[in-house]
Design a protein around this ligand. Structure first.
Ligand code: ZN
Length: 307
């Protein structure tokens, strides 16, 4: 029986880091501090004195071009998805995130640096219980051959499919039952990727200035340009699953359900998260009873008695 699965959590102590922003190419620093129960994940711009902490939801997202970007009041913060995925995947419910610039540094293009920093400081349980979103009925959104659906489940599961004309990528699928361990090992190391032609176009438009092979997998036709190659043979679809989890995490609850996506990106992920929150007839929000919850399983009291 894991107390941490039932009770809200925060970090044991502060995390600070800095790195290059994918869009601006500028060096930006970030401080993530422990927060009390029911804070959720709150962001503010540390470089703007009038910026105040805002609890972000899918409705704070104002752009999904290249990354998921939020507005804290009037102030934008770009590329929150890999940090959000790491906090959610590692089970950090409450934190204050102070960003000294307009985007979260891209670091190595994955969530692995965050996982390491979170593991370094550790996580502590708070006295208030977590609220879980339990899906009761299937939900589907679909457009232009892309799809995200969520099915009721006793677990937090993600299946992601991608399909590209590119012969190197083609069709790929990954399934993960999300726990801090599976997140850290199976999704967090997967880096973002881009195509050589697209990156060159973005650079010519003055975008993605911080993008490089230090923080993205670069694909040219049927090969990876990065000398080190891929971290996992299906790294690309795993990164899409990581993005999906990060974008869904903005709902602010742990969830019980199986999310299945086909060719989705940040825009569709965000529409899904918004649609889910407003579809209040499809889910309930509940706290778990310590006596009947084991590591994400919900068990009937008689089953617990038999253990
Ligand atoms: Zn990503």
């Amino acid at each position: 029986m894991l107390r941490d699965d039932i009770y809200q959590t925060t970090l044991n102590s502060e995390i600070t880091f800095s790195g290059v922003g994918l869009h601006s190419g500028k060096e930006i620093s970030v401080r993530i501090s422990p927060a009390y129960a029911n804070t959720g994940i709150r962001f503010k711009r540390g470089d703007i004195p009038s910026s105040e902490y805002v609890k972000i939801t899918p409705f704070n997202v104002y752009s999904t071009q290249l990354a998921t970007s939020i507005k804290c009041g009037d102030f934008p913060i770009s590329t929150v998805e890999h940090l959000m995925a790491a906090l959610y995947g590692m089970g950090v419910d409450n934190a204050f995130v102070e960003v000294y610039g307009q985007e979260i540094p891209i670091l190595d293009g994955s969530s692995l640096p965050y996982v390491k920093m979170i593991k370094e400081v550790g996580i502590k349980a708070l006295s208030k219980k977590r609220k879980f979103l339990k899906l009761r009925k299937k939900m589907v959104i679909e457009k232009d051959g892309k799809l995200i659906e969520m099915l009721p489940s006793r677990f937090m599961k993600i299946t992601t499919h991608i399909e590209f004309d590119n012969p190197f990528i083609g069709y790929q699928k990954v399934f993960v039952n999300i726990t801090p361990e599976t997140f850290a090992n199976e999704l967090a190391p997967a880096r973002t990727f881009g195509f050589k032609n697209d990156i060159e176009k973005l650079w010519s438009l003055g975008l993605a200035k911080g993008g490089s092979m230090e923080n993205a997998i670069l694909i040219d036709n049927d090969r990876v340009i990065n000398q080190e190659g891929l971290r996992m043979h299906d790294e690309l679809v795993r990164h899409k699953a990581l993005d999906l989890l990060g974008d869904i995490s903005l709902i602010g609850y742990r969830f019980f359900g199986h999310v299945r996506s086909y060719k989705s990106g940040h825009l569709m992920n965000n529409i899904f998260a918004r649609s889910l929150l407003v579809s209040t007839d499809l889910y309930t929000v509940e706290e778990l009873d310590e006596k009947v919850a084991i590591d994400g399983f919900e068990l009937k009291p008689e089953a617990v008695a038999a253990l």
